[in-house]
Design a protein. Structure first.
Length: 513
């Protein structure tokens, strides 16, 4: 087996290869598979541990600690937005909810117009088709949706909106509902059980529990990647190091860790654009209670979406709507209620529903630095700041109101917001209180499970980090292949967009080796 765990590495490692890939998630795994299949020697460095389905015990405290960045405590610096992001061999694909969208054509057209990107929907189509076949991406049957998602389907339909069925990367799914804690039966076709094993069969080597600390450059070429081995229990360096010399380096650490690595290395940021234009798809959620059981902890977490408000008029931020599962620990932590009120809410969990409005950030042409920024903490770890603009606040308000409308239309007897003092809605007349509520920073719980931007692609090296082929503007042998390359957010769940771009970019990377 060519997957090395931190506990197994007892001496410093000095390695050489054709391609060194930093990160093993949606981007890195695809590059590893494509380049290793082409006969290139590949080494993958992954900060997270290597865990398999027999370890996925469906326990919230265990799995959040094991499989998420900062044990699921990652957040913006002011704590206003909680950031859910995977940290394991396979990256966020191990813990995402399997929703699979191709990049919308109008989004790619916007990138071409405003940032000079060259990849088109037509160019990515054969790559998406290949990936979809390998990962068994299929539309969810109508009778497969759980009751939590059916609230979105029924409510939106009654309001005259147009919900759609989603596609998921699963095979022989048993509807356990615990996708966010790793798939205990390997039904989810994550990178952990698909592209990474394919790469290993081709000769690739994966070093788990290995944090890339810095990258060194000699002129226009990356010369060395320096990493440390982490103790799998404490997550702290154990004294062992890894040094990789490669012909080509690929950053695939994600939209937060890839910019942080460049900043920590003090290279590749002459234009001061690394970490800028970071987008989070800011999420506001609405919780409703029904008379009959909903059991939001069972079944496919997401099988329905509604993009009715994706493209809004007058420069307003668009959003799309999906369902979200509810589990005891996560629900308790997300709630603003305490004491007896929290106890009452938790007792009603089995008949509760959760819907989310997901903001589509990055499309304000007046704001070059829209969204957030990645910088460094004194420790050298990433720090994320995010601007709460009037556009975003208006989106959170409008989204929350429309989520409540959907839930009421579906028959909810009670809807509550996630404000510090929850707004309770029992009928349409109560929506006025929600419309007038304060949706500012730290006044309402806000989340994100999607991170994009920070090393955006573009033709102009003054405003972008990588060129239209995903090669860093300042280096001849450094590529960035992950969600950080997107010049805006996507307006859809990002995994399939990253898969397609990674498969496409692998052809250019192969030619550079």
């Amino acid at each position: 087996m060519s997957i090395f765990k931190g506990a197994e590495i007892t001496a410093d490692q000095n390695l050489e290869c054709d391609v060194c890939i930093i990160g093993s998630g949606a981007g890195g795994a695809h590059v590893a598979e494509r380049l290793s299949a082409a006969g290139k020697s590949v080494i993958v460095l992954e900060e997270g541990g290597h865990h398999t389905s027999d370890e996925f015990n469906l326990s919230e405290p265990d799995m959040f600690y094991m499989l998420y960045q900062e044990h699921a405590n990652r957040a913006t610096s002011d704590l206003s937005i909680a950031i859910l992001q995977g940290r394991a061999v396979g990256g966020t694909t191990v813990v995402n909810w399997t929703t699979s969208f191709r990049t919308p054509e109008h989004v790619m057209a916007y990138w071409a117009e405003h940032f000079g990107t060259e990849v088109t929907h037509e160019m990515l189509t054969p790559h998406w088709e290949r990936v979809e076949q390998r990962l068994n991406i299929r539309e969810v049957p109508l009778d497969f949706m759980n009751r939590n998602n059916k609230v979105l389907w029924d409510g939106a339909t009654k309001l005259g909106w147009h919900p759609t069925l989603l596609r998921r990367n699963v095979k022989d799914c048993a509807s356990l509902g615990y996708c966010g804690m790793g798939c205990a039966i390997d039904a989810k076709q994550s990178m952990l059980i698909t592209m990474l094993p394919d790469a290993v069969k081709n000769g690739a080597k994966i070093y788990a529990d290995c944090r890339a600390v810095t990258i060194e450059a000699d002129g226009r070429r990356i010369s060395k990647v320096n990493g440390v081995i982490l103790d799998p229990v404490t997550g702290q360096p154990n004294g062992r190091t890894v040094t990789v010399r490669a012909k080509v380096a690929v950053l695939s650490g994600g939209a937060i860790n890839s910019p942080a690595l460049l900043l920590r290395s003090k290279i590749g940021n002459r234009n001061q654009r690394v970490g800028k234009r970071t987008f989070l798809h800011p999420v506001v959620a609405s919780i409703s209670e029904f008379t009959d059981p909903i059991e939001p902890f069972y079944g496919a977490p997401q099988s329905v979406a509604c993009h009715e408000f994706e493209r809004r008029e007058d420069g307003k931020m668009g959003y799309f709507m999906e369902a979200a599962p509810l589990f005891p620990m996560f629900s308790g932590a997300a709630s603003s209620e305490m004491g007896e009120e929290l106890g009452t809410a938790m007792k009603a969990l089995y008949r509760s529903n959760a819907l989310a409005a997901i903001g589509i950030d990055g499309f304000d042409p007046k704001d070059l630095d829209e969204g957030g920024m990645v910088s460094l903490k004194p420790s050298g770890m990433p720090k994320v700041d995010y601007k709460w603009t009037p556009r975003m606040i208006e989106m959170l308000r409008d989204g929350n109101v429309n989520l409540a409308r959907i839930q009421l239309a579906a028959g909810a007897e009670r809807v509550r917001s996630l404000h510090t003092r929850p707004v309770v809605v029992k009928s349409e007349k109560d929506l006025a209180a929600l419309e007038s509520a304060d949706f500012g920073r730290l006044r309402v719980k806000c989340f994100t499970a999607h991170q994009m931007g920070g090393c955006i692609m573009g033709k102009d090296p003054k405003v972008s980090v990588v060129d239209p082929k995903l090669k860093h503007h300042e280096f001849d042998n450094l590529f960035v292949v992950d969600g950080s390359i997107f010049p805006t957010s996507l307006g859809v769940n990002p995994q399939l967009s990253i898969y397609g771009h990674a498969s496409w970019a692998s052809e250019t990377i192969k030619a550079a080796v």
